[in-house]
Design a protein around this ligand. Sequence first.
Ligand code: CA
Length: 229
Amino acid sequence: MRVLLVEDDQMLGSAVVQALQDVSYAVDWVSDGVQASGALEQHDFELILLDLGLPNRDGLEVLRRLRASGDATPVLIITARDTVDDRIEGLDIGADDYLGKPFAVGELLARLRALGRRQGGAATSVLTNGLMSLELASKLARVDGVEYALSNREFALLQALMMRPGAVLSRTQLEQKIYGWGEEVESNAVAVIIHGLRRKLGADRIRNVRGLGWMVERNDARAGEERSR
Ligand code: CA
């Protein structure tokens, strides 16, 4: 899952980047408001972490422009500007959640998981598809009752596919979901991660659509029953 972090405090910014990368988010970090608007115009993100007090353009203005452009990407405001009025204004402009500084990393991660779930249209912290499920907090995959531990990249990639069952995602789309800017990506990286996932979970869990990319087939419980009849 790809996150844009907008934060001008260098120490806090690098700590947040590290914490998010540790749990397998792809993170891009900008430290002023104009850069933030530029990044949001040019790239697709799945979550935005937005500080309010920023050089060049205030965070609330960044948010206002984003929503005015029709972009509904979930936004979590992180700020020390912690008056009730600021919170109300941020939420009214279209923020999805609000976290006052200083915050505990564990709470930040839990709020991001909640926003990511909402965005994926899932009400729970488990993505399920037929016999396969993926637990978002523990990063455990289960196939037919057997648990598999996944690496960060494996988790990020499987999550991207399972959030859109039935959709074919290209190599480029998958790279964008699992790598941030400036992270070196080998040309065969996605194929290698897919290979590892198929070896762990079973080759038929992830389908290769030749020339286009990969998909997890839409596979609800009823379809599974029919097939086994
Ligand atoms: Ca700031």
